[in-house]
Design a protein around this ligand. Structure first.
Ligand SMILES: [Zn+2]
Length: 234
């Protein structure tokens, strides 16, 4: 297994999207960047049998068609739950994106896409994302005895159980703080962020605001929001 990091660093992609070559297949080709796709071809020894995606977000999938063409027209697959593609078995892990899957490979190796990152936490947007589904997906992953997670961004995760525990704890801790703030009467976005995301650096405040909305969606779906916070028409 080889990792090739794409040159697309940002707040959300960390130091860039990780592309992997495993069992002759490519996982998440990343952006359509000629130099990156060259590096992926080279890492694959010039021969690619197929391309698998963890989800359809552009920072993972944009380079898929161009790479498939370079490789002589190989297939590009975003498999469904339980499907086997090339050397992988897909497991549905919605949350970050509705079509997200983790790709299980040999020896307890799991290509985790954006379900678990090597650093920091996963961005769950309201609407397209779902915190409720995300927590279920984390618990599902936790039930497998994985040896290493190969994340879509950041370094390898060599202790998957500890990392997933930490992720679940982190989300539930945010939720606990948020419920505390709501109970204390906080209602505006600023008040809720000040209380439950007081540690978020100012440049991450917009992302925190979206995450807050994803939390409110979850609480609403569970019937745990104060009545005066329910969205109109709900
Ligand atoms: Zn990503």
């Amino acid at each position: 297994m080889v990792r090739v990091r794409a040159p697309n660093p940002s707040l959300l992609t960390l130091d860039g999207t990780n592309t992997y070559v495993a069992g002759g297949w490519v996982v998440d080709p990343g952006p359509d960047h000629p130099g990156h796709l060259d590096a992926v071809m080279e890492a694959a020894g010039g021969r690619i049998e197929g391309i698998a995606l963890t989800h359809s977000h552009f920072d993972h999938s944009e380079g898929a068609q161009p790479l498939a063409e370079r490789a002589g027209g190989v297939e590009v697959r975003l498999p469904e739950d339980g499907e086997e593609v090339g050397p992988f078995r897909a497991m549905a892990t919605p949350g970050h994106a509705p079509d997200h899957v983790c790709l299980l490979f040999a020896d307890g190796i799991c290509f985790a896409g954006d379900t678990v990152l090597g650093r920091g936490s996963v961005f769950i947007a309201p609407g397209e994302g779902s915190l409720l589904a995300y927590l279920d997906s984390l618990r599902l992953l936790q039930g497998l005895s994985l040896k290493v997670l190969c994340p879509g961004h950041g370094p390898y995760v060599n202790d998957p159980a500890a990392k997933i525990d930490e992720y679940i704890f982190h989300r539930l801790e945010r939720e606990r703080l948020l419920l505390e703030a709501l109970q204390a009467g906080a209602r505006s976005e600023d008040e809720l962020l000040d209380y439950a995301w007081s540690d978020a650096p100012v440049e991450l405040r917009p992302a925190a605001a979206l995450t807050l909305r994803a939390h409110l969606e979850k609480l609403s779906a569970e019937g745990r929001l104060p009545a005066d916070m329910e969205p109109e028409g709900a």
